[in-house]
Design a protein around this ligand. Structure first.
Ligand code: PLP
Length: 396
């Protein structure tokens, strides 16, 4: 079997063996429904309470502020659409141009339905324009919702969530943050940061796919997205996904206890990769805010080549990475994140993302550093563009 070097951990992660082990009994023995009257279900309900406590501890919340969902997309939709449904069309919704579609699409749906919405710009490093946020908050008369991500999935750029929360508080706005990429990589303290709602997804930090979390601070108003039974104190109907909840709770515990040490090792490997690429490949630029960036993420643009071509070539060598573009209906759309940052046209299509995890080894990084430079050199030889060419184009 071909050796796989998995550097696409912002897309999804391997389930930790410790997580898999705590889940197993909930398929075979402890399969009762936590809402059942009998003690067979009751014992599961007790364990569910303990899992909720562990998740709450991970982000310094109260257990009753944790709502289990099916994924972060559901958490984001619940936060945004649930708030909009509570306040109605008086609500102004402010978000950023670089959010994940799980935030941008519900916000755009609200715009189509007549809500006032704003997508705040970022600068060349992907940093949020806080002055623009201040102006939008100050000019809103009625209720306001701000949804700004903790860390960007493509570049790893970390937003100053504490400052954003403070600005929201000053203007009486509700603050939701999509912390999908921050979970397990940044210390999250919802009380210290002053956050009202926060989304996370299990499969981004070594729990399985199909389990998400929405933190809703006590007193925050929103209508439930899923209607039905009384689970999750009627904030999210549907029988709890008990095995996966046990898994995400274990993933939270592993991150809470091991993250600091892991981050130092991951950052050292990421930096080794970054330095190696910059030293061996000309015409490369690092995208994102290197001073405020997730420890595991490296986004680079190789000028005059297509990111897709790089990803396919590396895939043949067993190396898994992502590009910033989406191949849609025959045309290659550059990433909205890279575009919002104003990356030059010659570099925008050549953006690729390497994302590491606690399982990444130095040997794997050195394998990439051995294989990547000849791939780039070959693709550049085949490219119709090169330094000195006047390249222009519209990006819309
Ligand atoms: N938000 C961010 C920042 C993400 O990176 C992702 C997944 O890539 C999501 C939301 C959606 O997560 P899920 O697919 O688990 O719903």
């Amino acid at each position: 079997m071909q050796k796989i070097v998995y550097l696409d951990n912002n897309a999804t992660t391997r389930v930790a063996p410790e997580v898999r082990d705590v889940m197993r009994p909930f398929f075979d023995e402890l399969y009762g429904n936590p809402s059942s009257m009998h003690s067979f279900g009751g014992q599961v309900a007790k364990l569910l309470d303990r899992a909720r406590e562990e998740v709450a501890r991970f982000i310094n919340a109260e257990p009753e502020e944790i709502v289990f969902t099916s994924c972060a997309t559901e958490s984001d939709n619940t936060a945004i659409r649930g708030t909009a449904e509570w306040y109605g069309r008086d609500l102004k919704v402010i978000t950023t141009a670089v959010e994940h579609p799980a935030v941008l699409q519900p916000v755009r749906r609200l715009r189509a339905a007549g809500y006032e919405t704003v997508e705040l710009p970022v600068d060349g490093l992907g940093r949020l324009d806080l002055d623009a946020l201040g102006r939008e908050l100050a000019s809103a008369r009625g209720p306001k919702l701000v949804s700004a991500m903790w860390a960007n999935n493509e570049t790893g750029t970390v937003f100053p969530v504490g400052r954003i929360a403070e600005m929201c508080r000053e203007h009486g706005a509700v603050f939701h943050t999509d912390a999908v990429q921050a979970a397990g990589k940044e210390k999250i303290d919802v009380k210290a940061a002053g956050i009202d709602m926060l989304s996370m997804s299990g499969h981004k930090f070594h729990a399985p796919k199909g389990i998400g979390i929405l933190f809703v601070r006590k007193g925050v108003k929103l209508k439930p997205f899923m209607l039905g039974g009384h689970q999750e104190k009627t904030r999210r109907a549907g029988t709890e996904n008990v095995p996966y909840i046990m898994g995400i709770a274990k993933a939270c515990e592993l991150s809470r206890t091991g993250m600091e040490a892991e981050n130092a090792e991951i950052a050292a490997l990421r930096d080794r990769l970054e330095e190696g690429i910059l030293a061996s490949c000309p015409d490369v630029r690092v995208n994102g805010d290197r001073g405020h960036r997730l420890a595991n993420t490296l986004n680079v643009s190789f000028e005059y080549v297509e990111g897709e071509a790089i990803a396919y070539r590396l895939s043949d060598l067993g190396i898994c990475i992502s590009t910033g573009s989406a191949c849609a209906s025959g045309s290659l759309d550059p990433s909205h994140v890279i575009r919002a940052m104003g990356v030059p046209f010659t570099a925008v299509h050549g953006s690729v993302r390497f994302s590491l995890s606690r399982y990444t080894t130095r040997e794997e990084i050195d394998y990439v550093l051995e294989k990547l430079p000849p791939v780039i050199a070959e693709l550049r030889r085949l490219s119709p563009f090169g330094p000195g060419d006047v390249v222009s184009g519209t990006l819309e």
